[in-house]
Design a protein around this ligand. Structure first.
Ligand code: EPZ
Length: 417
């Protein structure tokens, strides 16, 4: 089984290109089911989650090609409507295919997505939205059986600004007769990206990225669609946290500074120098860091829950006590016991973690428990003295396109073994 081995204590210098966004390419791959012609997507990250999504498209009857960071999908002949359990289990967020399959075929059979390392991952808001649009959905033997002879535009009031429920609603609403208004919609940049893609396909989506999204149902335009996926703001946050914790001077390219405003604000509060260009950010961390004001994870534009673990690892190197409040997922502190093995002093009380800074971290054998927890271990190991071996790195490879390679380019002593 492969591990990531890091000998910490080296500062990071140089330039790193941020890969395309995992959480944007996944719903866009789902929406590509509805295109009439060929879909060509550029700046796609090379991740196991993306491979899982491509397997689902192939299972549904699409032809796909992946060359470098470009994925081409021919979906006109796809008629299947089921996502088998094996594929659902490979990627929890496969539920993002539900709206598109229903819109295209009028029927969908998915095995109930299980929970994941972050806790139960309910999909009640997805199902309510699709039922609002006219779908009949029943649960039978662990499967979701969905029928929608016709989808009819309506008002969808989301109880929580759920990213996935917003995306499923947008995609299904494109195929609905009439207009759909989605209120309390998630405002994450990935929603904006999906809206841009749907409009390029010929649909009419307004307000993606705001709390109210209007979708005029209709048909996709004939012909091919070509789109470039937005940069991954959480990968960007991870690189910035690594530079803050280990020290150094790095420049990120292919990044949208506006999408990581929350992170750069905290890094400035910690004493890092942040210099932004149109599509690049330079992070300088030379002086000792200081603990930032309390960080509370919130739906966008608040502090992103996905950046909480790597940023917590960076705060271990800051003087003073940092406070993190995790409001989105109930079990998103699984990196903390592993960080403690490296000498971290973190007290947890429910959803609140108090991180005692100024830690003298030392290398240790640790285990990645989920995607961003694994990223936190990498950030901590880069700053720790000595050798750290990280196991269960499949979690990290779900969301990071060759993280060891990118960090080695920046001068880290890191290898995938
Ligand atoms: C997306 O997950 C991301 N995944 C997650 O990133 C991210 O952490 C999350 O949004 C929040 O930003 C992808 O985009 C593939 P939600 P999603 O629906 O859509 C509750 C990563 O690390 N909820 O916005 O599943 C839910 O339990 C991953 O890249 C319901 O109660 O997140 C959670 O508490 C991890 N009912 C909250 O809403 C529902 O029907 C936010 O979940 C749906 C969600």
């Amino acid at each position: 089984m492969s591990i990531i081995r890091i000998n910490g204590g080296k500062r990071l210098y140089g330039t790193v290109k941020v890969s395309g966004s995992k959480n944007s390419v996944l719903p866009i791959l789902s929406a590509s089911l509805l295109t009439e012609g060929k879909t060509v997507l550029h700046n796609c990250p090379n991740l196991s989650d993306v491979d899982a999504a491509i397997k689902i498209l192939n299972h549904l009857g699409c032809k796909t090609e992946k060359t470098g960071d470009t994925i081409t999908i021919y979906s006109r002949d796809s008629q299947a409507c089921d996502v088998p359990d094996s594929l659902m289990r490979e990627m929890r967020s496969s539920v993002i295919f539900l709206g598109a399959i229903l819109a295209k075929v009028g029927m969908a059979v998915l095995s109930m997505p299980g929970g994941c390392e972050l806790g139960p991952r309910p999909i009640d808001l997805h199902l309510k939205a699709l039922r609002d649009l006219g779908a009949e959905i029943r649960e039978e033997g662990g499967n979701l059986i969905c029928h929608a002879k016709e989808l009819t535009g309506c008002r969808i009031d989301l109880a929580i600004p759920s990213v996935g429920a917003t995306e499923n609603s947008m995609i299904a609403a494109c195929a609905a007769k009439g207009t759909t208004i989605i209120t309390n919609a998630a405002r994450e940049p990935e929603i904006r990206d999906l809206g841009n893609f749907l409009n390029l396909m010929g649909y009419k989506v307004h307000g993606a990225g705001t709390s109210v999204i209007t979708v005029m149902g209709g048909k996709p335009k004939p012909g091919d669609v070509e789109y470039t996926v937005m940069p991954d703001r959480i990968v960007a946050a991870t690189y910035m946290a690594a530079a803050a914790g280990a020290g150094g001077d790095i420049t990120l390219t292919n990044v949208l500074p506006g999408d990581v405003e929350c992170i750069t604000k905290v890094l400035r509060q910690m004493g890092c120098g942040i210099y932004m260009g149109e599509d690049n950010i330079r992070v300088v961390s030379n002086s000792p860091l200081k603990a930032p004001p309390p960080i509370k994870t919130m739906p966008y534009p608040g502090f992103p829950t996905d950046a909480q673990p790597p940023m917590m690892a960076a705060c271990l190197m800051a003087d003073g006590t940092s406070v993190f409040i995790e409001t989105i997922f109930e079990n998103r502190f699984r990196h903390i016991p592993e960080l403690r093995r490296m000498g971290a002093n973190i007290a947890v009380d429910g959803r609140v973690a108090m991180v005692k800074g100024g830690a003298k971290l030392h290398g240790a054998p640790v285990r990645a428990t989920d995607l961003r927890a694994g990223a936190a271990l990498v950030v901590a190991a880069l700053a720790a003295k000595g050798q750290t071996d990280i196991s269960d790195i499949k979690h990290i490879e779900r969301g990071y396109d060759d993280l060891p390679g990118a960090l080695r380019e920046l001068g880290a002593d890191i290898a995938r073994i």
